[in-house]
Design a protein around this ligand. Structure first.
Ligand code: PMV
Length: 312
């Protein structure tokens, strides 16, 4: 038997970092990039073996370090499915989502693994269960994750999210286009999150003002998308980028991609995710998309993805 499952990448439209402190944030799936898990039965006398294609790594499940994220998600998924022994199979993992770049690669790989194991035992886990399992692994990557990454990836729909309080999936009645550009700089979210915490501890008044403003932006952005006015999001996105700069989670490469996109006619632009590298995105129209994309490449983007947010 062979079974496969996928999970998409994501971008945080607005509210990252502030979401860790209880402010609302919005994230959307990016289905042009994805992680894929394929489980192929190998039969008796064998044991579960993992092939991580992108890392050119083959390892027996039994040999994985206890804290290895791949081992952790397999263990948790098997437990949730009521399985006592791992399948006698080869689990092949591949992904087109760049790692450590704010596009949710870790969460997507975990979600694909949970889904493929569920499908192998003939079950379909609800999104809330997939999200909860992936969250456990996100803790290894992030320290204190808000839960927005596992949520948007497990639900594979746009989400309006307030940590431990609100989870609304929503749709965009009027589609809108984003160009997502990669600085090529890998940046672990954990470090940026920890630095924001240090900043907040040192100057709580300043950081709480910044977090509150990010929250207001997320709320306003949500209303604009839901009411069918996504092209009015631009100034909110750019304002969110400036707030993230004040939190010291931008970097010269992100700033120059943002400025290049704005100069070329993007309606708004901002970094997305943990920052300090990784990806930014620009809100564009069909007319401005080609010139903004050209400007992003000229400003040093290592890759540009186009995605359209629309109703499923
Ligand atoms: O995984 P990233 O880099 O997209 O960042 C997640 C968003 C943060 O708000 C920075 C952290 C979190 O847990 O919400």
């Amino acid at each position: 038997m062979i079974v496969s499952a996928e999970a998409p990448g994501k971008v945080i439209l607005c509210g990252e970092h502030a979401v860790v402190y209880g402010q609302p944030a919005i994230a959307v799936p990016v289905t042009q990039i994805s992680a894929r898990a394929t489980l192929e039965e190998t039969g008796t006398g064998t044991e579960l073996t993992l092939i991580a294609v992108d890392q050119q790594r083959t390892v027996r499940y039994a040999d994985l370090d206890l804290a290895d994220p791949l081992g952790v998600i397999i263990r948790l998924a098997l437990l949730a499915l009521g399985e006592t022994t791992p399948p006698l199979a080869t689990l092949t993992l591949s992904s087109t989502i760049p790692i450590a770049s704010g596009l949710g690669s870790g969460a997507a790989v975990s979600a694909a693994i949970v889904r493929v194991l569920a499908s192998y035992v003939g079950r379909q886990l609800p999104a809330v269960a997939v999200s909860e399992l992936v969250y456990q692994v996100e803790k290894i990557y992030h320290g204190i994750p808000s839960g927005i990454d596992n949520t948007v990836i497990a639900y594979t729909q746009p989400v309006y999210f307030i940590r431990q309080k609100v989870l609304k999936t929503f749709s965009a009645p009027v589609p809108f286009r984003l160009l997502i550009a990669d600085t090529g700089l890998a940046s672990p979210t954990k470090i940026a999150v920890a630095d924001v915490r240090k900043g907040w501890e040192t100057d709580p008044a300043k950081f709480e003002t910044l977090f509150n403003r990010c929250g207001e932006i997320a709320q306003a952005a949500y209303s604009l998308i839901e009411s069918g006015h996504p092209l009015e999001l631009g100034p909110l996105l750019t304002a969110n980028h400036r707030l993230l700069r004040e939190m010291a989670v931008s970097c010269p490469e992100l700033d120059s991609l943002v400025e290049a996109a704005l100069d070329a006619g993007a309606l708004g632009a901002k970094l997305s995710g943990g920052g300090r590298g990784g990806n930014m995105f620009a809100l564009v129209t069909d007319e401005t998309a080609p010139s903004v994309e050209r400007a992003l490449w000229q400003a040093g983007a290592k890759r540009v993805i186009t995605t359209v947010i629309r109703n499923p």
